[in-house]
Design a binder for this molecule. Structure first.
Ligand SMILES: [Zn+2]
Ligand SMILES: [Zn+2]
Length: 572
């Protein structure tokens, strides 16, 4: 993949709740690390996302609190946007579905699809809860999955087997708000003719060079079963007005509009700088890559429905280049659950440990790439103490301290290379090459393994060469060792920069490296490392001590209370 211009996106968080650690690694943090990596390569990157704020949950929640839904989402959007800044998420535009640019774009695109004959009107039986006086679309009717027998399947999808469903397929349906059995009432809806796009979608999927097998095979198997028309409209009040003639009392189904937010957020980003048409240079340029970071339950929406809408619009949009779908992060062996208080939410995390880099590093190390992973506190402590602090931090500090103390901070020039030096240099070069190869495909967790391997080899190299013992007897060898030590630190810093930006910027200051000029490339050029003198080193990380582990329950309880106090009413 030789693309130097990218749109990077993360799934739009639904703003009825604060994201938890699983949401963070599943989409937002992974996308951020990827976007930062691409920028470090010197590429042109626009990174967008936003708050998904329409739909039934917020409408019902607002009614219960006797508030206008917009009041709820204003508060929640502001609170969550600020949390993302504190987590160092480098969005170019983090917007919301209530913004006017988005509403206008959604209406226009859906009308294009309508005019090209991909929208049908049909009367449909919809579940309606007499008790709550509301139609129960998608997530708000539960029941048994007709395909796999899972008992908590929802009206739009079974979270167990991943199949997309429609409400009338559910066995023993229930209203999720009050558990009563809904009645089915006839109502008119506008349907997107996904079935008409099967051929084009299959062609796109089969010929796609970069889509991962889990995404490709899943989507193709779904098409094989046969795509059905999907309702684009809902009977909700809170949402974007449906633009179709005769649909004045309907709103757009949140999924259809949130997917289009990737494009409207790009439009809005360029509008802010006065370059009204510039978004077209990204979305209609085949030389631009688009990358989507999502949880695996969102695969059908990004690999089928989004490309289908873009194809149906009749314009030649870029279809997804990378869809990085993570498996699930579990919490101490359980699913994250707000109602059962299982998990850590991202505001609580920063109350437990305020440095975002620690969380970012731990989550990347636990990224559920290819299989579910499990967050445990013992693993959390091990990753921070053994990996971040010992393997990486101590090594960096040792080398810099030796240079500072014995060479007055002047980075030694290499003198003679023995075979062990040659071997180490080629290890450094192969590490950065492998890292880039993996990062290009958004295999971020695997790329982090490369970092750890290099840190461990570097420690072994330093211990074997013992430069401190040779300062008087073999200064040439000691110089070469510390020179290569410095090179390895430089490479470690480049590879870590997208993951722990705060710490690496601190390190760059010590190394006298201008953070704005550093670039990563798969081939290491030693000439790029032109540092003469370093500043006084300071440890970059610290260990979690015994007290942390001994008092963990109390620390968590207090952190939860502090976070709770800071949350706006809509998120309590
Ligand atoms: Zn199922
Ligand atoms: Zn109900």
């Amino acid at each position: 993949m030789n693309l130097s211009k990218w749109i990077v996106t993360s799934a739009w968080p639904y703003i009825n709740t604060v994201p938890h650690l699983g949401n963070m690694i599943g989409s937002i943090l992974s996308a951020d690390v990827f976007a930062r990596y691409l920028r470090l390569r010197g590429y042109d990157v626009i990174f967008v996302s936003g708050s998904d704020e329409h739909g039934t949950v917020i409408e019902v929640e607002a009614r219960r609190k006797d508030l206008d839904p917009r009041q709820l989402t204003d508060e929640a959007h502001e609170y969550v946007s600020n949390l993302f800044r504190r987590w160092l998420i480098s969005f170019n535009n983090y917007t919301r579905t209530e913004n006017e640019v988005h509403k206008e774009y959604v209406s226009k695109l859906l009308m294009d699809i309508y005019k090209r004959g991909y929208v049908d009107v049909k009367e449909q039986l919809m579940p309606y809860c007499i008790n709550d006086r509301i139609y129960l679309p998608d997530r708000f009717i539960s029941g048994t999955c007709p395909y796999c027998g899972y008992e908590d399947a929802r009206g739009d999808q079974c979270d167990n087997c991943g199949r997309v469903l429609s409400p009338e397929e559910l066995v023993s349906p229930k209203c999720v708000f009050c558990s009563s059995r809904p009645i089915f009432k006839l109502t008119k809806h506008w349907f997107f003719r996904l079935d008409e796009l099967e051929g084009e979608l299959t062609h796109w999927l089969v010929n796609h060079k970069y889509l991962e097998d889990n995404v490709k095979n899943y989507s193709l198997s779904w098409i094989k079963i046969g795509l059905k028309p999907r309702a684009i409209t809902r009977d909700n009040k809170w949402g974007i007005k449906a633009p179709f003639p005769g649909a004045e009392d309907k709103t757009i189904y949140v999924w259809f509009e949130a997917l289009l937010g990737y494009i409207s957020a790009t439009i809005e980003y360029f509008m802010k700088s006065g370059e009204v048409n510039k978004w077209r240079e990204y979305w209609f340029n085949p030389e631009v890559g688009t990358a989507y970071f999502i949880g695996k339950d969102n695969i059908p929406f990004h690999a089928i429905i989004l490309p289908a809408m873009l194809i149906a619009s009749g314009e030649s949009y870029n279809l997804p280049t990378i869809i990085s779908a993570t498996e699930y992060l579990m919490f101490e062996g359980q699913k994250f659950s707000k109602s059962r208080r299982v998990g850590i939410w991202i505001d609580e995390a920063l109350e437990i440990i305020p440095e975002p880099d620690y969380w970012r590093f731990v989550l990347i190390r636990m990224r559920p790439e290819g299989k579910d992973t499990n967050f445990t506190w013992s693993e959390f402590v091990r990753i921070i103490n053994d990996e971040l602090n010992d393997d990486i931090g101590n090594y960096i500090h040792r080398v810099l301290t030796l240079i500072y103390r014995y060479f007055d901070g002047v980075v030694p020039k290499p003198r003679k290379f023995s075979s062990i030096d040659e071997e180490f240099l080629s290890k450094i070069k192969s590490s950065i090459y492998r890292y880039c190869e993996l990062m290009n495909l958004a295999k971020i967790k695997q790329a982090s393994e490369v970092i750890l391997e290099l840190a461990r080899s570097s420690n072994q190299y330093l211990n074997a060469k013992q430069p401190w013992a040779k300062l008087k007897t073999d200064i040439e060898d000691a110089s070469t060792t510390l020179y290569l030590g410095f090179v390895s630190i430089y490479v470690l810093a480049l590879m870590l920069y997208p993951i722990i930006p705060n710490s690496i910027e601190k390190l760059f200051k010590i190394m006298n490296v201008n953070k704005d000029n550093v670039r990563i490339a798969d081939k290491l050029d030693l000439k790029d490392i032109n540092v003469d003198v370093i500043n006084k080193p300071e440890p970059l990380f610290r260990k979690l001590d015994r007290n942390f582990i001994a008092n963990l329950n109390e620390i968590i309880t207090n952190a939860r209370q502090r976070a709770q106090l800071k949350r706006p009413n809509s998120l309590k």
